[in-house]
Design a binder for this molecule. Structure first.
Ligand SMILES: Nc1ncnc2c1ncn2[C@@H]1O[C@H](COP(=O)(O)OP(=O)(O)OP(=O)(O)O)[C@@H](O)[C@H]1O
Ligand SMILES: [Mg+2]
Length: 315
């Protein structure tokens, strides 16, 4: 159990994750209140990484459920191991024959098989998927439910049930309860609105692009080979690029890729040629590249239009 927000920050930093006060406070509260954290934000800002880093920071296993369209309970919760059941049936054929040997009628034989049913519908033949793994775990775990917005709304409703009491009922086995409530992180890229019910159940964390100082700290930590002055210049440029009206803003992972590219090219300073030849590491759309180049050439910075607040919409 962590005792302070600072401790959360320190533990995450030891795993090379730079957490803002807001991130650290949310993680601290999640642990204290035993509530899941729903993390939203643009691509590549460290949503998934936060769950991984927290698992490593607490020495708990990370169990990950990657969501996608069509994901259902059998892939998320459990499946019966049909092939193994069949194999056991084959191997136990002699034994089964003995059980059925003196059955007078078909009905009697079926009844006898039914009496042995629990042999074949036991934990031995249950294949736990991530959610059940987290529930059955003997030690506390971190459960990452990644990109929940890709799953269907029905799956979200099912998840809500699991998250509310951490128990599942398997008809053949009864109710299975979690020995330890897992620390749960759900991430979403906002491709669709999540239900109010899910949000109500969770603590909410929006991770935005980092400030200049935060991003510089991440670069210094992850790419220490890059000269400090060059690192600062690079991050300053990334921050300026993000203010342009781009199709896709460069993410932290792209800043890190760029920093590594500069090291690989043994760049000493950010001259025009280096910038021109490496801009594609940051910007991945032709229109964005053109805007980026205009900026490098001292052109006007076409500012990113500020989004109108929802209450100002026409509809
Ligand atoms: N606060 C941070 N401290 C250290 N590294 C970070 C931080 N945020 C992001 N990173 C780096 O950025 C990379 C991308 O992060 P991550 O994959 O978690 O992004 P994401 O928000 O889950 O993106 P996506 O929405 O595309 O899945 C990570 O591998 C990590 O190296
Ligand atoms: Mg992710």
């Amino acid at each position: 159990m962590v005792s302070s927000i600072e401790e959360v920050q320190e533990r995450l930093a030891a795993q090379q994750y730079i957490a803002s006060d807001e991130i650290a406070t949310t993680v601290f509260l999640a642990e204290r209140l035993g509530k899941p954290v729903l993390i939203e934000g643009p691509a590549g800002v460290g949503k998934t990484e936060l769950a991984k880093a927290w698992a490593a920071a607490t020495g708990r296993p990370l169990i990950r459920l990657q969501c996608y369209e069509g994901l259902d309970e059998t892939k998320a919760l459990y499946e019966w191991e049909y092939a193994k059941q069949m194999l056991y049936t084959q191997l136990l054929r002699d034994k089964l024959n003995a059980v059925l040997a003196d059955a007078a009628t078909l009905r009697e034989a079926a009844d006898r098989i039914a009496q042995e049913e629990d042999v074949f519908f036991s934990l031995r033949f249950l294949l736990p998927r991530p959610l059940l793994k987290a529930i059955l775990s003997d030690e506390p775990v971190v459960l990452l439910i990644d990109e929940i917005d890709r799953a269907d709304a029905e799956f979200e409703a099912f998840l809500l049930e699991v998250l509310s009491d951490f128990q599942v009922s398997v008809p053949e086995l009864g109710t299975l309860r979690a020995k330890h409530i897992p620390t749960v992180f759900l991430t979403s890229n906002n491709t669709r609105e999540l239900s109010e019910a899910l949000k109500r159940r969770c603590l909410y964390l929006f991770i935005d692009y980092p400030s200049l100082e935060q991003e510089l700290a991440i670069v210094r930590l992850k790419v220490p080979e890059l000269a400090p002055q060059l690192a600062r210049q690079a991050v300053e440029l990334v921050q300026r690029l993000r203010r342009l009206d781009l199709k896709k803003q460069p993410s932290i992972s792209e800043t890190l890729d760029w920093a590594r590219a500069l090291v690989a090219l043994n760049a000493q300073h950010l001259d025009r040629k280096t910038l021109e030849s490496t801009l594609t590491v940051l910007l991945k759309h032709e229109a964005d590249l053109q805007r980026g180049r205009r900026l490098l050439n001292g052109g006007e910075e076409a500012r990113r239009p500020r989004r109108a607040p929802p209450w100002a919409s026409d509809s």
